[in-house]
Write a protein that binds this ligand. Structure first.
Ligand SMILES: Nc1ncnc2c1ncn2[C@@H]1O[C@H](COP(=O)(O)OP(=O)(O)O)[C@@H](O)[C@H]1O
Ligand SMILES: [Mg+2]
Length: 224
């Protein structure tokens, strides 16, 4: 299994009130699987994705990803896990406006000590070619369309060859045609990189393209 969640709970503190969000999530994701998590706004989809990516910590339960027990990692190990084992794509691209597209794709690789910089640049260029942006390497994000920015964000998420791609409503800010193109791209990425994908989405046509659709309701997952 690439990811195993057992009885995971998470709540947020709102003043003196504790708001439960995840009420005992158990989920196994095999290597190479594609999974969609769906559900109404505010049901905890991003919370769940953030736990999988070690951006946040569960209150109780166990989360293992790529053989590592996330509750047992120290700060430095967590940072390394986030940087190398998972890749993130969010609804908003979060590209650095002052950097070129190629530089943006290289950002997650900067902290890799002793890395072969020339090889990384070649991989970045190759990833950008694969997402249809080979003619945009030296452009700034501001010169790209919304769909192109999201495709650059996908290339950036892949630069360190993560095992798990986490995408939080990656088409949420795109028009239908760009959303369709991004979905095609994720399917290609899945094939080519043999990567596991967990995607949060509101869009049923996007969710259906994943191997498994898991609706999140009342803090629990149900299988469709
Ligand atoms: N950092 C936070 N502090 C307090 N409440 C939060 C925080 N993040 C999310 N929540 C609340 O937790 C619930 C689930 O949020 P979220 O996981 O973002 O839902 P979704 O992604 O499904 O829209 C919501 O009610 C939200 O307001
Ligand atoms: Mg969300």
């Amino acid at each position: 299994m690439l990811a195993e969640l057992t009885n995971v709970t998470k709540s947020y503190q709102s003043g003196s009130v504790t708001v439960p969000v995840l009420n005992g999530i158990s989920l196994n994701i095999a290597e190479g699987e594609t999974v969609a998590i769906t559900g109404p706004s505010g049901c905890g989809k991003s919370t769940l994705l953030n736990l999988l990516g070690a951006l946040d910590q569960a209150d109780s339960g166990e989360i293992r990803v790529a053989g590592r027990d996330l509750t047992k990692l120290d700060t430095q190990q967590l940072a390394e896990f986030r940087n190398t084992t998972v890749g993130f794509v969010f609804q908003l691209h979060h590209l650095l406006p002052q950097c070129t597209v190629l530089e943006n794709v290289l950002v997650p690789s900067i902290v890799r000590k002793g890395a072969d910089r020339a090889a990384l640049r070649a991989r970045a260029a190759q990833l950008l070619e694969a997402v249809g942006l080979s003619h945009r390497l030296d452009h700034r994000p501001g010169q790209l369309s919304g769909g192109e920015r999201q495709r650059a964000a996908v290339a950036r998420a892949l630069i360190n060859s993560p095992k798990l791609l986490l995408a939080d409503e990656p088409t949420g800010a795109l028009d239908r045609a760009s959303a369709e193109r991004l979905a095609d791209l994720l399917a290609e990425v899945h094939q080519r990189e043999k990567i596991t994908i967990v995607m949060v989405t509101h869009a049923p046509e996007l969710a259906r393209r994943m191997g498994r659709v898991l609706p999140l309701l009342d803090g629990r997952l149900s299988a469709v």
